[in-house]
Design a protein around this ligand. Structure first.
Ligand code: 5AD
Ligand code: SF4
Length: 479
């Protein structure tokens, strides 16, 4: 899965995905995306901009005239994977000297000089706010120059660009609702790679959701590093100078998108515990088509550690937000992100993370060893002093605890009837479809004569750790 921060940040899912889409005939573009959902969503904007310049996407790197890697910098291993790919493409360049290789996304700004000059791995380096300049920059490279644009912007949201959907099934799609992040969590490189936070015009978001629905899509995920701080001033083209002016906040945006059609499911990512208000929770509970699933990264269960991380909340505050979710939507699934081995982490702090997990009992979690990132507050202020081995053993403990909770939460859904949106053929069996419940839990069931994009009620009969099995039924769904 991907990181919105689930920085959709580094391949939550960890997999590089080759994306493909329509485009004008002519030159061929091979695009590989790493990291968070936001990056995957950006790749669809890039494909759209380059389609207008005559590039058609291909799944075969060997056929391509232009190879672009949309990169992630959230942890060091994400960067290493991209470097390995670049070395690989450098070899391709020897076979095909006119091949243009470029780096996009979060590694661009930091590594531009290195990649261009020292290592001569790429021809083109383009940061996340400069994609409109791509056709021009590719032209420069074709004219024999190296080309760079890593300028960050305070305004760019690509609001009116209609993304080329590069995903598989045509059922689910991402919509970016904002860019950048102003939070400055001390471990995080995102504010440096993606710049200041800015929200996108709500009208363009609703229009995109409507167009997706009209094309047959049945689920949209609204993406931002911190969706709870979404705000758009109606009179002032988004710039919020004071709160007396009419402002669209995330709760209202959610309702606007939910109103597009009751058959369009709405998800979002990522929420921030310090900013998540009850308004958003009430908006979720009012609309059946807003999925009952919240990704609420905690990072650590100890207030001292949260302070060092500059997260802006305490353990108690976080648990109060969890209580609010459970109070307003008793049936809501909750997932989180956890970092082990951040600077100065004591055994007591580590135990506090485990005990918080026991209290919350997350449906799902993305768990990481701390990886020091250049320029961050932590790099400047704290020593990365937890030995790799201890970071790793703590991570294993956290993963083991999550496996217990995740299994318990999945098992609790067995024997119930869930409304499921069919997404496509199950990876394991050709005669089964997979889809998701409102809780984001995957369900597999026999295909019958159903089609992706349809909703079905499924009575669940069994489960593995994270996947439900079931049968389609006429019974009413309880979720
Ligand atoms: N090291 C490890 N994990 C990190 N994350 C962000 N920065 C780092 C880092 N330097 C994790 C956080 C965040 C998720 C997307 O990635 O848990 O929520
Ligand atoms: Fe998320 Fe904090 Fe990084 Fe912003 S600074 S992207 S809120 S982890």
């Amino acid at each position: 899965m991907l990181e919105g921060h689930q920085p959709l940040e580094e391949t939550r899912q960890g997999e590089a995905t080759v994306v493909q889409g329509p485009g004008a005939s002519g030159r061929k573009l091979y695009l590989e995306s790493y990291g968070c959902q936001m990056n995957f969503s950006d790749s669809e904007i890039v494909a759209s901009i380059l389609a207008d310049a005559g590039f058609q996407t291909t799944r075969e790197a060997d056929d391509a005239d232009l190879v672009l890697l949309n990169t992630c910098a959230i942890r060091d291993n994400a960067e290493q994977r991209v470097r390995n790919r670049l070395v690989h493409f450098k070899a391709n360049k020897r076979k095909n000297p006119s091949l243009v290789v470029g780096v996009l996304g979060c590694m661009a700004e930091r590594l531009r000089d290195k990649l261009l000059e020292e290592e001569k791995l790429v021809d083109l380096v383009v940061g996340p706010d400069a994609y409109r300049d791509l056709p021009n920059l590719v032209g420069q490279v074709e004219g024999g120059q190296k080309a760079v644009n890593v300028l960050l912007s305070r305004e760019e949201t690509y609001a009116e660009i209609s993304p080329v959907r590069l995903d598989k099934g045509g059922v689910t799609a991402f919509i970016s609702i904002m860019r950048g992040c102003d939070n400055m969590c001390s471990f995080c490189v995102v504010p440096f790679t993606r710049g200041r936070e800015r929200s996108r015009d709500p009208q363009s978001i609703v229009q995109e959701a409507q167009e997706l629905f009209d094309q047959g899509y049945r689920e949209v995920t609204l993406l931002g590093q911190n969706v709870d701080s979404y705000k758009w001033n109606i009179d002032n083209k988004g710039v919020v100078k004071d709160d007396k002016q009419p402002v669209v906040r995330f709760a209202e945006l959610l309702e606007l998108v939910a109103a597009v059609n009751p058959d369009l499911r709405v998800r979002f990512s990522t929420s921030h515990p310090k900013d998540m208000t009850d308004d958003v929770l009430h908006a979720m509970s009012r609309h059946k088509n807003v999925c009952k699933y919240i990704h609420l990264p905690v990072q650590s269960g100890h207030s001292d550690m949260l302070k060092r991380m500059n997260r802006g909340y305490t353990r108690e505050w976080y648990l109060d937000r969890i209580d609010a979710i459970r109070r307003i939507m008793p049936d809501c699934a909750i997932s989180t992100d956890i970092i082990t081995g951040f600077c100065g982490e004591t055994e007591e702090e580590h135990q506090a993370t485990l005990s918080l997990m026991d209290e919350v009992r997350y449906d799902m979690a993305f768990m990481f060893k701390y990886s020091e990132r250049p320029k961050t507050l932590a790099e400047r202020k704290y020593e990365d002093d937890i030995p790799e081995e201890l970071k790793g053993s703590r991570l294993q403990e956290v993963i083991a605890r999550q496996m217990v909770h995740g299994k318990e939460r999945t098992q609790a859904l067995v024997g119930q009837v869930h409304r499921v949106l069919i997404e496509g053929t199950s990876k394991k069996r050709d005669d089964e479809f997979f889809g998701r419940t409102t809780h984001n839990t995957v369900v597999v069931f026999p295909k019958g004569d159903l089609k992706p994009g349809q909703y079905v009620n499924v009575r669940t009969t069994d489960c593995s750790a994270v996947t439900l099995k079931g049968e389609v039924t006429d019974e009413l769904a309880q979720s």
